[in-house]
Structure formats: structure tokens, C-alpha cells
Design a protein around this ligand. Sequence first.
Ligand code: DAH
Length: 378
Amino acid sequence: MSTLLEVGGVKISRDDVVRENDPTNNVPDSIFSKIGLQLHRRDNHPLGILKQEIYSYFDNNFPGLFNKFDNLCPVVSVKMNFDDVLVPHDHVSRTYNDTYYINAETVLRCHTSAHQAELLREGHSYFLVTGDVYRRDSVDSTHYPVFHQMEGFRVFTPVDWEASGVDGTSYAAMDLKKTLEGLAQHLFGNVEMRWVDAYFPFTDPSFELEIYFQGNWMEVLGCGVTEQKILINNGRTGSTAWAFGLGLERLAMVLFDIPDIRLFWSSDLRFTSQFSSGQLGVKFKPFSKFPPCYKDISFWISESFTENNFCEVVRGIAGDLAEQVSLIDSFTNKKGMTSHCYRITYRSMERSLTDEEINQLQGRVRDEVENKLNVTIR
Ligand code: DAH
């Protein structure tokens, strides 16, 4: 029998989500197994603690205003994920290399912005949406194919800005900056901040907020004034709005000193027992660092080869034992054949790995790379 899950009232069966021989589907079991875990809804988990702290900021400053959603199903239509937020048809995020497709019309959301339009249509004007999002990507200490975002949205009508002497767009931009500077201060204390111009398909103007933290400018979130078209399409002609999206892992890694993104998924008590509800910024004490094990693999690539596909094979076999995958050499010979050499770093957060176990994993990686990726091992 196929595994059946329920998320936010939607039933999801494994066989609907993972279909190996269907070319319109690219979801592996390793990704299916993360659906429904909802780390952001665990009170004593760093992501749940951070979510609550952001909620507190909005509740304190805007009592009763923002509606909160943290249980919306991550299976969404291509329309919701891309069309409704004006992502251009040729944008890279729409490719099978970047996004997990269940079929040609359905994806695992790649951002919480996927819910903007539906919530507007349902009549919400002030909302925070927290959820797991899915992206095909590289393997290293800050990238994981499932992570968590929070989306914020606030609509203004002419009565809000009329007395201010500025137009609706400027008013939304001013309010946005004030609100998010306050949020950054609430989370990080008195830090230096700066606004950087950015581009997002759903906002204009668009900005990124950066804070100066431990000697570096760090991007905290993306945001902007919502495109009029989104408001008009969803029943809000005459309004303006702001929106923001932030990555919870990124902030939590800094706030709690968590060195590797895989740790968020750990059920090891030595990790989970260090965090409790209401305690933002308690520094994580690493329980040990087990030795890494490096394995190299070289192959002649074909035209269809992509690094994301390779990384997914590695994750599919090694799971969270895969710490990093990096291209260490690449060259093209006289016949025009291109060779890539990747170094895979294997390391467990929880125990020492044996040579035998790693050799076995690496052997399976070699087999699967050759069988599935249409490359020739050298
Ligand atoms: N959806 C963007 C991302 O995933 C983040 C974002 C940027 C959300 C700007 C917004 C926004 O609502 O206005 O990178």
C-alpha cells in the first residue's frame, strides 16, 4: 500500500507524488519523505522558536492585525507558484532542473509567495504564511532541498495614505521599511542595516535587507511593493501592498550558531534537547565533529547532465551523510568531450562512519550515476 499523508486537510499519496517512469515528474522518495514533517510547527525546534518570535513582533506592534497560516499544503499548482505571482515563462525557477514537479501542472512550492493570490482572493489583507519549500540545488552546509520560509503581506487602501501627503506606492514602501527594520532589530538587537535594490517578479520597487553581522553584510530577506497586476487580478483594485519573504534556516543558523543546515532535520537528542520554546538565540553547543571522508568521482558528461541531477543522486543514496558535493576539476578534450570530477564529502553529525559503509555508498553512487545520468565513468 502506498504511504498516505495529510497536510493542511489535503491527502497526499506517495504514488501520486513519486512516479519514476513519468517524465513530467521529478520528485524522489528522499523528498517525499520530508512532506508533512513541518519543522516550523515544532515549539521546541529552532525554526518553530524563530517563527514564534516573528509572530510576537507582529502581534506586539499590530495587535490582532495579521492572520497567520502555517499549515498550507506544499503541493500547489504551477499557476499558484508561478503565474499568479507573475514569474516570467522563461524564468529559470520554472525549469525541471530547479523545481520539483509532480506533473506538468503541479509542483512542490518553491516559495511561500505561492499563497499570495489565493489568500487575497479569500479576502485576507494582512497575513504571515510559514511553510516548507522545495528546491533542487547543490549540496553544502547552507543548502538543503527542503527549507522553510515566511511570507508577509499587507494591503493598504486610499484612507491609509491620503492624509500622509505621499502616493500609495511610496506609503507602502515607507511602511515596509519601517516594519522590517523593526523586525530585524527585534531578532538581532541593535545591528547596522542597509537596503539594497533588488528584482523580484512580484514587486516593484524591490529591496533586500542586509544586516552587518560578525564582520559580514548578510542578506536577511527580500521584499517590495506588490505589483498592481497581482492586486487587480485578485480583487484589490485601488489598493497598494507590501510583501516580504524570508528564509528561516538562514536566520536560525546565525541566531542559534547552527553550523550545518542538515542539523535542523536531526532527531538526535543531543541536538533537539538544546532548544526550548521562547528561547531565541541560545547558542548551539556542537556535541562533536566526526571526521569527514572524501571520495572523488570522475566522468564524461553528456549534454543533458546538470549538477543538480548529480547532487540528487548523491542525496538519494547517502541522505544526510552527504555534507558537500563540489566540482574540483573540469576539462574538455580534443574530441570535445567534457570531464567533471566531483569530490563528495561524507560525514555524519551523529557518529563515526566506517570505511566499508562509505565505500558501499560510493559504489552505489557510481552505479546510479552511470545508469541514470547518461554519463561515462572514467
Ligand atoms: N519569494 C522570494 C524567494 O523565494 C522571496 C520574496 C521576495 C518574497 C520578495 C516576497 C517578496 O514576498 O516581496 O526568493
